[in-house]
Design a protein around this ligand. Sequence first.
Ligand SMILES: C[S@@+](CC[C@H](N)C(=O)[O-])C[C@H]1O[C@@H](n2cnc3c(N)ncnc32)[C@H](O)[C@@H]1O
Length: 261
Amino acid sequence: MHQDQDFAQFIVRIKQKTAIDLSQYKEAQMKRRLTTLRMKHGFQSFDEYWMAIEKNRSLMNEFLDRMTINVSEFWRNPSRFEVLQKRFLPELLNTTNRLKVWSAACSTGEEPYTLAMILSELGVLQRTTLVATDLDAGVLQKAAEGSYLERSLRDVPPACIQKYFKQSEGAYLISDQLKQHIQFKQQNLLHDAFDDSFDLIVCRNVMIYFTEEAKHLLYHKFAKALKPGGLLFVGSTEQIFSPSQYGFETADTFFYRRVSN
Ligand SMILES: C[S@@+](CC[C@H](N)C(=O)[O-])C[C@H]1O[C@@H](n2cnc3c(N)ncnc32)[C@H](O)[C@@H]1O
């Protein structure tokens, strides 16, 4: 079978089995990553690799783990979180008493816990609904456990380490007080329906992996999921070109505001 056809067929089979549509991810990157993985196991083609994956749950889990890149950090790009804390959250709180916030593609939880700490520091965590979602059930489990190594706390303000973590056997555990405020759920951004009426959607460092068509649809879905005046906060390589076509205006670097109807 021709190489392209081999990969195309693999994409169809994965979609049928998992509802994950690999064709909505940038092809060159995805193909390179999965080719390395299949060759590590000595499979000559994606056809052979598929047969093995179908029979072996741990190969399937490894595949899912590799296709989703899970790297995350607390306060990733700290200056942007400073803008969120000092400017945008107070602005949103001028217009509403209760906040609804979504960390979309939250990976192992560093992002929603960063949001929870900031909201707690502003004294509004109790009045906030904070939802965190990801495609990968494995990372969601780690997020719910909330156990981190010291090196991942590099950008957490020392006062927040004191207040929101407790140390146990070399690990830093997120306090129960924060944990109970976050609802973790599995969700595929490219397939599942979205909730609505959000004041803030944080979706960072995942859209870079998607095709232009997939991003286009996603921006429309995010705009619909936000309240008028609500904000979309994206990653530091993910600026939206012509945000007005989705009903957004640029509020600051990497922040987009849904324009009121
Ligand atoms: C690099 S991490 C980003 C984590 C965090 N947002 C940050 O910026 O640090 C990308 C995450 O996107 C998730 N992901 C990939 N495709 C997805 C999809 N279609 N729907 C939801 N999450 C997805 C992966 O499982 C992974 O946890």
